[in-house]
Design a protein. Sequence first.
Length: 325
Amino acid sequence: MHGAVGLGIWEALYDAARATLCEAPLAAASLQLGVWQDVGLKACGHCAACRLMAAGTHPDLMLLVPDALLPELGVNTQESNEVPVASEKRAPSKEIGIDAIRGLVEWAHGTSHRGGSKAAVIYPLDAMALPAANAMLKTLEEPPPGLYFYMGTHRLDRVLPTIRSRCRLMTMPRPGRAEAMQLLQSREYSNAEEIADWCRNAAHDIEPQRGMEWARKMLAAVVSGQGSLTGGEAGQVPAMPAAIAALQKISVDLMRVRLGLDPVYMPSEKAALGRLATMAEARPLQDFWQRLARLSSTANFPLHAALASESLVLEFKQLFMRRAH
Ligand SMILES: [Zn+2]
């Protein structure tokens, strides 16, 4: 399954795996995510299997997620229940490594502990390094009977063709306005409408408003600074992926406003965007936006993340200097 960040891909994968292993599954009529037609079921949440999954101890469920993502996804795993080694100060890995894949392959060829199906969830699929991906090709091509793989990525272009060709691809649909609003209101955001605009309803992200507050402050700072590079403080610049995403959204809105269209990401900032749109020229703005698009494909691997995002902000501000004196 592939699609943008915030569409709920992890949730869909995990729900499908739970439905596969649940021993008293409910009919799909009550399933909100209609994307898993061939699962067609929803976990009951109460049976022995569901209780084991909730505790992170179901022996027939394998979750392969980089350590660094576990807290964000709220995953309960057996490992995280153990007492951490006191001296272990290593940063959590952002990759799915070969050791994890070897463990998966061994687990895949063992028998089911509870006598039913087995499910492996791998997310994000593009976090798998080349040797790890190669190590699982054979198992993916000829999985033991009763084993289901649920895999997801936000960057299908980064998944190896050899892996891709062994998968059935599904595109995660973008939630509608009502669904996004329901989710945001359940998290008690006071500015749910603005957040829904900012993320175009992709509200499943852990912090869907990430970057929005900064973007608004920065717009105000640039407007009040009249194109000065030093005027107005917008607060700390977010790290690379978030900074690029925020600047992309602002740039799109600026280009739209220049063309006489309404902004889509920040409709409430129409006045500030309109003011800035008159200060920037079309071509440099478009060039900057294209540069951001290229950068976004490598945004997770910058050598100096903070430095790089600061310099992008400087570039952004320079867009509005050309007509200032
Ligand atoms: Zn159940």
